[in-house]
Design a protein around this ligand. Structure first.
Ligand code: GLU
Length: 308
């Protein structure tokens, strides 16, 4: 079966070095196997994202020399316009009895003293799953609007990452019931990404290791909806010399600065060197990296970015 991969940027700011590395490796993963590349815009939260930024991301990818075969900043490929698909999946999960309303505020969840995941998020203790119909009614009457959660089963899910190897979570302990729709009506990333990857026929998901903890629940959600989960490939995160993760706030590493400082070929060479595909920094076109690409060369642990 031919590879179908994707870039799935969230247009909430300019791309930074980490996004670019993910995009380059996703592109090489597809192009080295003669596959199909899809560009999908993850703009579920229209308050925090914009189509202007999405067009900027597409322009940044093109500037670097990365292309795609399907998708783009078009309604069919923007999550903001795909609510009917998320609703259909949600309805199916609801019919299976897996969904319940959750009235907890963020402060209540944090105060619940629940276990924290490595990424700082809280494992939900399931308290709203135990509400009686009368308690729900009382909460509704008091003006609370609910989010919607999915009940995870007593199941251990192992994802065999194509780069990092097996990663296992026991869903009730490590993941907990997770949100599919926020109380303001915005669809959650976890639902949208699964529905879109399935409907777009994506079978290779290449992205940063910050999303590895999402992989087991996504694989489980794929199967619950009757889809085959994609293969996941998570690439290591970029850190500064003190071990701090590079973030969007590091403005000197975002595309507005990188495009002034480097030519596309220089930046591609820099990324390829960071990813272990080149022994030293030099200028290359993305296409020249295709024969050099293999996951075996890419580091598995955090990549330290030297001080500029
Ligand atoms: N939209 C996410 C991001 O920009 C990526 C989600 C994914 O690859 O599954 O970080």
């Amino acid at each position: 079966m031919s590879v179908r991969g994707r870039f799935a940027p969230t247009p909430s700011g300019r791309m930074h070095l980490g996004n670019l590395l993910a995009a380059l490796l996703a592109w090489l993963d597809v192009r080295s196997q003669g596959g199909v590349m899809v560009l999908r815009i993850e703009n579920l939260d229209t308050q925090r994202t914009s189509l202007e930024l999405a067009r900027q991301v597409a322009d940044d990818l093109t500037w670097l020399g990365l292309d795609w075969d399907e998708g783009g900043v078009e309604p069919d490929w923007c999550q903001s316009e795909r609510g009917e698909y998320y609703q259909a999946a949600f309805d199916r999960l609801e019919k299976m009895g897996l969904i319940y309303p959750c009235y907890c505020s963020r402060a209540e969840r944090l105060a619940a003293n629940a276990p924290h995941r490595a990424d700082g998020s809280v494992v939900y203790d399931g308290r709203c799953a135990r509400l009686t119909p009368e308690q729900r009614l009382a909460l509704e009457r008091s003006g609370r609007r609910s989010a919607w959660r999915i009940r995870v089963p007593e199941e251990q899910v192992t994802v065999v990452d194509g780069h990092l190897g097996p990663y296992t979570e026991y869903l009730p302990r490590d993941c907990g019931d997770f949100i599919l729709r926020r109380s303001d009506g915005v669809w959650a990333y976890q639902l949208a990404v699964v529905v879109d990857d399935a409907l777009m026929g994506i079978n290779h998901v290449v992205r940063g290791a910050d999303l590895l903890p999402s992989a087991p629940r996504q694989a489980w959600l794929h199967r619950t909806l009757g889809f085959k989960p994609p293969r996941f490939f998570h690439l290591p995160l970029l850190v500064d010399p003190s071990g701090r993760r590079l973030a969007k706030r590091d403005r000197d590493l975002d595309m507005s600065v990188l495009r002034q400082r480097y030519t596309p070929r220089e930046l591609t060479g820099y990324l390829a060197w960071l990813a272990g595909l080149l022994p030293e920094r030099k200028s290359v076109e993305p296409a020249q990296l295709i024969p050099l690409f293999s996951w075996g060369k890419v580091p598995k642990t955090e990549i330290v970015i030297p001080a500029p």
